[in-house]
Design a protein around this ligand. Structure first.
Ligand SMILES: *[C@@H]1O[C@H](CO)[C@@H](O)[C@H](O)[C@H]1NC(C)=O
Ligand SMILES: *[C@@H]1O[C@H](CO)[C@@H](O)[C@H](O)[C@H]1NC(C)=O
Ligand SMILES: *[C@@H]1O[C@H](CO)[C@@H](O)[C@H](O)[C@H]1NC(C)=O
Ligand SMILES: [Zn+2]
Length: 529
């Protein structure tokens, strides 16, 4: 009898325990599954006012003309070798080219043209409704150097056509935007277009070497005129096709911020090198001793670098806009990816762990550390009195230069090593990307108008652009140009075989053509309820 009761009790307790254990798991499971099939942060706005007076379309003559103009632009080697060395004659010829191929832009009453620091161009396009706050489009004329001997399939300033692509330095960075914006404006003006909303076009000539002459002086000038910008669109992110595992269709990433930078010098001084030794020691001894002592100094810096590289900066996934990138794409992932992206409240550490496994995605989740220079020793047989290394940090959105310096100092924690900040700037503010943000929504709508198959999502720029100088003129700065990137293409950027599809360049012209017309929208529609 007693035993039976105990058994019953046992089963009861067991059942309760089981319920306590299983119920939360069941609920968790249901929540995860429910979110997987319903989660969608990517709000669509309804009922846009139709501001498209001229449908985005190119006839054969226009296609031929825009391609010829683009090739001419690529053939001018507007190279920035360094801050003090640029190809001035190419920049001058580029100015002549713009005037020759865009006659409407340079003669229209609606457009005011100014040159700044000789080779940077500022266009002010006057709208018919001066109460509407203006926006600004940016691009840059200069390119990084390119050497055919590095393995180009076509000479880098030839603009040669191969399999439907135009090859050349500047085809994706960034003459596609320089020429695309002006070509679109030329075609709009030819058709008799007058914008409602004023806008500016800024084409810098020294972006690749900091923008201190071009972008900085445009900003000074506009500031002196009291200009405030509704939004700014510069180069930056692109359309990614087949580059995100599990994503169904291409994604257009609009850069809402840029990482910061810090270049830090680490140095160690040693007692003045004096390699003389007691006279009875052999030359081998002297040499051995010298080598050993030399290595001590270099070894010290090496150990510190190892420490910095091994003890990585913290993984900060979720503290910056990188999480939003995945959440805005979540509904376009197939299973099982979609379950993860729709439930980052639960799986955030799983995703951030995967992201930090690859150098290109690791850059999104933390401040990265790269040792780029190491100097020591002056002569084969002299003790180096000094060793130094330069480390380049790219700072995550949620940290500042000062915070990174503190982390470096605490990681090194050795008074004999001097840590010196050579130059640096904080990450750029994160521009908003919600349904009430004019700039983001106009860019998004335009991308969908021209590329109905893409999903638009906010992203973070690893590199920097001229737009970082514009923070005093606008809170809303975006970085995007609709170049298509497929796997392997990101290596072409500043690399070998930079190229753009001919059709892609036509799409870029149409994108700006439509963007300018969409900019005439007075008010954003309400979000879809
Ligand atoms: C917008 O208006 C233009 C004519 O002004 C027309 O050609 C175009 O089809 C319209 N677009 C939409 C989406 O209604
Ligand atoms: C500079 O550009 C001109 C064309 O304007 C070109 O002929 C010349 O080779 C370029 N110089 C260098 C050093 O690239
Ligand atoms: C512009 O050109 C003039 C003459 O060609 C030169 O004296 C001046 O230094 C240039 N200015 C800049 C900012 O490059
Ligand atoms: Zn660029």
């Amino acid at each position: 009898m007693k035993i039976r009761i105990a058994k019953k009790k046992f089963f009861k307790i067991f059942a309760i325990l089981l319920t306590i254990l299983i119920l939360p798991v069941l609920i968790l499971f249901l929540v995860v599954i429910g979110r997987t099939f319903t989660f969608n942060l990517n709000t669509e706005l309804e009922q846009w006012e139709n501001t498209t007076t001229f449908n985005p379309h190119l006839n054969q003559e226009q296609k031929e003309r825009l391609l010829a103009n683009f090739k001419d632009a690529i053939q001018l080697p507007t190279v920035s070798f360094s801050e003090t060395q640029q190809n001035i004659s190419a920049l001058y010829e580029f100015d002549l080219l713009l005037r020759r191929v865009f006659p409407k832009v340079f003669s229209s009453n609606l457009v005011q043209h100014e040159t700044i620091s000789n080779y940077t161009h500022l266009f002010s396009v006057w709208g018919s409704e001066p109460d509407l706050e203006p926006y600004m489009l940016l691009a840059h004329i200069d390119v990084v150097p390119a050497d055919e001997a590095d393995g180009w399939d076509a000479p880098p300033f030839s603009a040669q056509e191969l399999n439907g692509f135009i090859y050349g330095r500047g085809t994706i960075d960034n003459k596609q935007s320089v020429m695309g914006i002006l070509q679109a404006l030329e075609y709009l003006l030819e058709r008799g277009y007058t914008p409602r909303r004023s806008f500016y076009i800024g084409l810098g000539h020294d972006e690749e070497v900091t923008g201190m002459q071009g972008a900085v002086n445009i900003v000074k000038l506009l500031k002196s005129r009291g200009v405030k910008l509704l939004y700014v669109l510069d180069e930056g992110l692109t359309i990614m096709d087949g580059m995100i595992d599990g994503l169904d269709g291409p994604a257009a990433l609009i850069g809402v911020s840029e990482k910061g930078q810090a270049t830090v010098k680490l140095s160690v001084n040693a007692a003045p090198g004096h390699s003389s030794m007691p006279p009875r020691e052999t030359s081998i001894g002297i040499l051995a001793s010298a080598v050993r002592r030399q290595e001590t100094l270099i070894f010290k810096i090496k150990m510190i670098i190892l420490k910095l590289e091994k003890k990585r900066m913290p993984n900060l996934f979720g503290r910056g806009p990188e999480r939003a990138t995945f959440e805005h794409l979540a509904h376009k992932f197939g299973l099982p990816h979609r379950m993860v992206m729709a439930n980052l409240w639960l799986f955030s550490s799983l995703l951030s762990g995967i992201l930090e496994g690859q150098p290109d995605t690791n850059a999104f989740v933390r401040t990265t550390t790269a040792v780029t220079m190491f100097n020591s020793g002056v002569k084969i047989n002299v003790l180096p009195p000094y060793a130094e290394a330069f480390v380049n940090f790219r700072i995550h959105s949620s940290q500042t230069v000062q915070e990174v310096l503190k982390l470096i100092e605490s990681t090194i924690s050795d008074k004999r090593v001097a840590v010196e900040l050579m130059k640096g700037f904080d990450p750029l503010p994160v521009s908003s990307y919600d349904e009430h943000t004019f700039g983001y929504q106009i860019i998004k709508k335009t991308a969908k108008d021209i590329f109905p198959q893409v999903t638009v999502t906010p992203g973070i720029c690893i590199g920097n652009t001229d737009s970082r100088h514009y923070t005093e003129l606008s809170l809303n700065i975006y970085r995007f140009a609709p170049s298509w990137y497929k796997p392997g293409d990101s290596a072409r950027f500043h690399g070998v075989n930079e190229r753009i599809g001919i059709q892609n360049y036509e799409e870029i012209v149409l994108f700006y053509f439509q963007l300018i017309q969409n900019g005439d929208t007075r008010n954003l529609p309400l979000p879809h309820s």
